[in-house]
Design a protein around this ligand. Structure first.
Ligand code: GFB
Length: 315
């Protein structure tokens, strides 16, 4: 990619989009186009078409999405399906119509079947049933990546996708009910430490296994894949570092300095039992993650404290 290429980053205020913008700027890409939600509603097909026609970006990175943890997804599958489907269709289709040469679409490893072989290879896509708690989100992301694949095949456009595993990092959403597990645990243990509470209630049984990737590692994978002349249609991005939710809780408790006892609410869902992605493909091309979970966790707790202190935190 030329350093002066005009690059549109959709979702630049989110955790992923802001990390992608940071990485692009650090790598010397200075011509980045963004729009806030108030300036451009990605659910509005006409507005998105007009935006692409007016701006004519050469490259687009689609990091905009309605995201959330198991609580948010399972209580609003319809909303997660509708909004993410519209965002994907509008941003990808209008890009093709406006002649955007290159597009990177971001999804999530929840597109894979609930009981996919572990570690999950890209070839597991659409081989069996999805996890019910995030079926809406997964279906929308599958549509988005398929639209990229079809456009590439039919029109020769280099539109491709990355599927990151569970992400965390600065700028995350710390909402106790709607957030993902890692940021929610940071907030719960921080609150317990600050308020001197001696117990923290967590969801499920703690037996589910998740893999976590720092968002700056994902941003580096985005730049890496955009620099490939002929990227695979779909590539997983992960750290290979798996933990049970129980162990994660202990790590977060330690990172925050809390001593609260952990209590499990087994009436809440565990979700997919295990979700480790197979990263052989992206590693074979030369990319690997750099930020280990313990280090990333320490950095994220520090970032959370800064965000709270400056009032920038998303709760
Ligand atoms: O990140 P998370 O909410 O979603 O993690 P998924 C859920 C796991 O953490 C479940 C446990 O096993 C929960 O039982 N958990 C324990 C908690 N305590 C808590 C808590 O206080 N809050 C939360 N949120 N979980 C998401 C999908 O699945 O993964 C999204 O819903 C997306 O669509 C994302 O794909 C990457 O990992 O289960």
């Amino acid at each position: 990619m030329r350093k002066d290429a005009k690059i549109y980053v959709a979702g630049h205020r989110g955790m992923v989009g802001s990390a992608v913008c940071r990485a692009l700027k650090a790598a010397g890409f200075g011509n980045i186009v963004t729009r806030t939600h108030a300036e451009l509603d990605l659910l509005d097909a006409k507005a998105v078409r007009e935006f692409y026609e007016a701006e004519k970006p050469e490259v687009a990175v689609i990091a905009a999405a309605r995201v959330g943890g198991i609580g948010a997804n399972s209580s609003a599958n319809s909303l997660f399906l509708y909004e993410n489907e519209m965002i994907a269709m509008n941003t990808v289709w209008a890009a093709a119509e406006a002649g955007v040469e290159r597009l990177l679409f971001l999804g999530s490893t929840c597109i894979y079947p609930r009981l996919a072989p572990q570690p999950i290879p890209e070839s597991a896509l659409l081989t069996s049933e999805l996890e019910k708690t995030n079926e809406g989100y997964a279906l929308a992301k599958i549509s988005g990546l398929k639209l990229c694949e079809f456009l590439r095949r039919e029109r020769g456009l280099v539109y491709h996708s990355l599927m990151p595993t569970n992400l965390y990092g600065p700028g995350d959403n710390y909402d106790i009910v709607h957030g993902h597990v890692l940021p929610t645990l940071i907030r719960k243990f921080e609150n317990a430490r600050n308020l001197g509470e001696n117990r923290v209630e967590l969801w499920g049984t703690g037996s589910a296994i998740r893999e976590f990737l720092h968002v700056d590692d994902l941003a580096s994978a985005c730049l890496f894949s955009l620099e490939l002349d002929n990227p695979p249609d779909l590539m997983n991005v992960g750290s290979g570092e798996e933990v049970t939710i129980r162990h994660l809780a202990e790590l977060v408790r330690e990172a925050t300095g809390s001593t609260a006892e952990i209590v499990w609410d087994a009436t809440k869902p565990d979700g997919t039992p295990r979700k480790l992605c197979d990263t052989a493909l992206i590693r074979s091309l030369g990319w690997r993650s750099k930020i280990a979970l313990k280090e990333g966790l320490a950095r994220t707790v520090a970032a959370y404290r800064d965000e709270v202190a400056t009032g920038a935190v998303r709760l």
